[in-house]
Design a binder for this molecule. Sequence first.
Ligand code: UDP
Ligand code: MG
Length: 315
Amino acid sequence: MTSTGVTPTLSLIVPIYNEEAMIDELRARLLPVLEPIGSFEVILINDGSKDRSADMLDALSAADDRFIAVHFSRNFGHQAAVTAGLHESKGECAVIIDADLQDPPEMINEMMAKWRQGFDVVYAQRRERAGESRMKKGTAFLYYRTLRALTEVEVPQDSGDFCLLDRKVIDVLNSMPERNRYVRGLRAWVGFRQTSVQFDRAERFAGETKYPFRKMIKLAFDGIFSLSKAPLRLSIYFGILCAALSFLLGIFFIVERLTGHPGLVRGWASLMVVVLFLGGIQLICLGAIGEYIGRTYDEAKQRPFYIIARKSSRR
Ligand code: UDP
Ligand code: MG
């Protein structure tokens, strides 16, 4: 059905990293939703899995040519996998969905209905998140609100990468060359007619999260640093704060001198606090600047965001 020349209505993009426990169930849950759509393709991006995922995906695409397996040369990360899926997709619209069925495939119908009404971006917003730790929910809550405060872009609260994109949005995203991509941020940044659908996020069907703390921090940083220059202003704010504090301290010393209480010569502790406080602030500001320089360096190198080792499909 995806033979050359025919444009499928829907491209479904599924990033896969060590999801051997999911693949059969994923296919079983997807087909009843996709079959009625008629013409579709499922692009499975194997992000350097170390388990049996690669073989299972090859078998799947050999048995059914609507399933296309794209294998990365190593693990490049979830956002790179989604980006590759968008590059590979041929559909009039695309839906990005996690492999672990936390994003219910049945929502695709609702998203496509909105798309048919004329919306270009339909993103899913979580009402409830089952089976996720209080820590993850709490940090996500704080993070999305911080991001909103720091950026001019209206990044919707509590929505991940589960979304539908119209072809014209996909083409715009594909033409953007930046690395360290934060897809949900870029999606908000491009504009067009956007709307949301609400859903309750299910528990992971099988296996465990492929997002360890380290990857979560990278994603969080990519969001802030790719959408905002606010951290660069940190040093100005800290500078003003310190100047104001030292001014007040100066007045305090003058008053103390005039009233005849030269008392503050003691104070190893207070000196240490001031030195460490200023040292900390300087390191934070340096780190923020370094983060932007590092990202500029990444762009300057012009390396690809991912490398495809092979594809198993008939096109
Ligand atoms: N994933 C990926 N590369 C990675 C990490 C994750 O392609 O390096 C995929 C993973 O297989 C899943 C999706 O990204 O389809 C979301 O990952 P996960 O469900 O582990 O994240 P969580 O829901 O715990 O945030
Ligand atoms: Mg998940």
